[in-house]
Ligand binder design. Sequence first.
Ligand code: TYD
Ligand code: MG
Length: 452
Amino acid sequence: MAKASPQFTCTECGAVHSKWSGRCDACGAWNSIVEEAPLGAGPKGALPKGRMIQLSSLQAQEAPPPRTLSGMDELDRVLGGGLVEASAILVGGDPGIGKSTLLLQAVAAFARKGLRTLYISGEEAAAQVRMRALRLGLGDASVQLGAETSLRDILTTLDADRPDLVIIDSIQTMWLDTVASAPGSVAQLRAAAHELVTLAKRRGISVILVGHVTKEGQIAGPRVVEHMVDCVLYFEGERGHQFRILRAVKNRFGPADEIGVFEMTGAGLAEVSNPSALFLSERGQPAPGSVVFAGIEGTRPMLTEIQALVAPSPLSNPRRTTVGLDGGRLSTILAVLEARCGIPFAGLDVFLNVAGGMRVSEPAADLAVAAALLSAREDIALPADTVVFGEISLSGALRPVSQSENRLKEAAKLGFTSAMLPKGGKTGPGIGVTLREMQDLTGFVGDVFGAG
Ligand code: TYD
Ligand code: MG
């Protein structure tokens, strides 16, 4: 039989190539392709017969999976209502963002709820983890600690010990002696995650894997691990800010897009149960370029401040800088303002960011972005008691967005008395907020800034 030909895998994106090259065609990364052992060639001749799979109908009665609440509301909500038994969860994030801190607090919370828990660190010594636990006031929680990177030993321990929940911090440090590549390589990652997830399902153990994110924002060797697990959570935030956001990007047991908000304090992560109030707390007097956007994150309304700065540019190619918002979306809105409303931004540098280190990806933020840009350009502050939301279409028309009523309720709760929004949204009965509904962007510009 022909020898199986070698296989080349990109360590950045996991794409498989038939030959080595300096640059990965799939993701464009340089020097990321490594040779890997091919998959087993399989037996000669016809496949030996397997056994029949047991099939069942869709109508079979299935009890919802048993869940455990940690008591950390922000975490429980992101998990879709608590930790599901025998589930596999991947928590990704930049190094130093606070993943180990979050999971140490979470594992202690679950231990207090009666789960048998195990925390395995491949990055820190047990003494280091213990010291951190003491500092976080978790010294009394019955969490078993282990400092180990050999997956064979970890699997043996799990098989014998059968905890309810195990944390593996991080999956990139784990290695299996059956795989020839170095720890952190795609091959090791795939094998390690596969072994852990399989064991979890077979033995009814919940596994939380910590994964570091590369600078491109993907969990290193991402696809390989992401599809194996039930939940993918990202822990994100700006380094300079104390806010941290836990975001569900995949959840087989609950809604994706759900977020939990935390604040990094001297004594670990504190939950933020009213993020709108917190995100707006830094707001001072109404200033040009500052607009409050009434957004929805997952199932929860959330108010954030969008800030814009527009200044004459010395560059032939003016700057367009965004933090917490999509750069492409900014370009689109600038183009619509220019083409449909005749407001040029050529020769002007534009800076846009979301206050507090929050990230906004909803199209409903369009109108708030446009309002911030115009307010900065015209140097006119919007009234301080006004929230803005709505989607802008390329024609310049304003499109109503989902859950208008919830957005308005949240605004009312925080003391806002007026809202600018597209015409035609479902706003429900009066809720104490004066509505200024508009049909298109030109109308909005005329209405708010008195010029077309
Ligand atoms: P860590 O959980 O080690 O990050 P990761 O596991 O994602 O790499 O968190 C590291 C940062 O958190 C570190 O820079 C210090 C900060 N921190 C606090 O501000 N307060 C605390 O109580 C703790 C434990 C950490
Ligand atoms: Mg860590």
